[in-house]
Structure formats: C-alpha cells, structure tokens
Write a protein that binds this ligand. Sequence first.
Ligand code: 16G
Length: 240
Amino acid sequence: MINKHSPLPIYYQLEQGIKELIEKAQLKPGDIIPSERELAETYEISRMTVRQAINNLVNDGYLVRKRGIGTFVAAKKIEQPLKGLTSFSEDMRARGMEPGTKVLDFQIIQANKSLAEQLQIHKGEDVYEIQRVRLADHLPMALETSYLPCHLVPGLTREIVSGSIYKFIENKLGLKIKSGIQVLEASIARKIEAEILQIKEGAPVLLIQRNSYLESGQPLELVKSIYRGDRYKFTIEMER
Ligand code: 16G
C-alpha cells in the first residue's frame, strides 16, 4: 500500500489505500480498522502520518471513531441522483430508509425585499418560514429552511410539515410542482449547525438551494439546506 519512493505523501497513499479497500468492499461498514500503532508498525511509518490519514478519512465520512473502542468503517454514504424533482420523504423511502422530520421552527413572517423577489410576491406579504431537521432512519442528514408564500399553501401547519410538505401540496391542495433549480456549494458546519446535525464544528457540508415552481410558473418555495458531507454524495447523469 505504501511506496516510500513515490512523490505522493505517505499519509495520502495510506488514505487512498484504505479508501480503495472500502470501495472494493474488502473493508465493510462496521469493520474495525487496526489501531494507529498497528498501522504505523505494519507500514513502518510514523503514528503522526497514520493519524493524518485516518483524520482525513473520518472527516470525509469513510471512517468513524468511537471513543475508547476504536475506528470503524462508516455506513455507506447516501448517493442521491440529481435528476427528478423529488422530496426528501420520497428519496428516503425509495432507498428503504425511514424519513423523519424534527420541526425546529414554524412561523409566518413578512417577506423582505430579497425573499419577495425570489418568490415573486410583494414585499411584506405573508410567507411561511419553516426550519426542519431531516432524518433518515433516525439520523440527522440535513437542516432545511423553507420559505413558501402563504396564499399558495393555505392551511399549512406545524403538524403537516413534520411529515411531507410535497405530499400535502400535491395530494391535499391538488397543485402540481413542476420544475426547480438547484445550486450546490461546498462549506463547513458552523457551531450551531454542527450541533443539530451531530457532526463536528468545521466538518464539511453541502449547501443546497432549491427554488421550485408550480405549473403556472409561480415560485412555490425557496429552500436552503445544509447536508452532511460525510453522509451524502450527489450524482449527475450526463450525455454528450
Ligand atoms: C427536499 C428538497 C426541498 C423540499 C423537500 C420536501 C432538496 C435539496 N430539497 O428536501 O426543497 O422542500 O424535499 O420534502 O432536495 P418533504 O415533502 O418530505 O417535506
């Protein structure tokens, strides 16, 4: 796994080597990794170098450290195709996982200038502001803040948003959510976000903004989400 004559740093070679074993399923989720000392002895490298490789793999979500027990191969990341305009609840169910939602905030606010522009409504109009933690099999995956014009989604309650908003809009209101634009950006978790998502402050996250539209072209929602970088990866299918 390690070539001391390679121009690549040793920590990097070890990191790539372990990653490859995980990707080839020679190391499986839940498997324990040899200790720092054992790895250092096996490859005749320093413990500092081993620690650097392991730290990077922990940050990237390939390994998890359990204090006092050891370091283990993490559960596989959720691979989300960026294709259909699906909801979180649908995505999780499609994978056989149980979607969950913790509502942190549900209130009606008056749109400021920028919100009014994005939702194509007048400044001061009522908008739902909803903050939810989205869970998969009881584990927090994303923190989502949604804004929807009240007049488009009458009767929305805290109880409804603890389930699926899209289901309510489509099945109860009979509206068709037609299209969306999504922007993805890399970032790191701030303290409060890290606490909510149960990750370390400074851990990598993906910021996603979705603007979605009804058949009429009217903007339905503006959603800003923070996804755990250690649990999620996104795939895009392309043709040429
Ligand atoms: C997804 C959408 C979000 C939408 C939500 C509805 C992304 C990045 N965001 O989380 O825009 O509001 O699904 O989910 O995919 P729900 O129907 O389960 O409430």
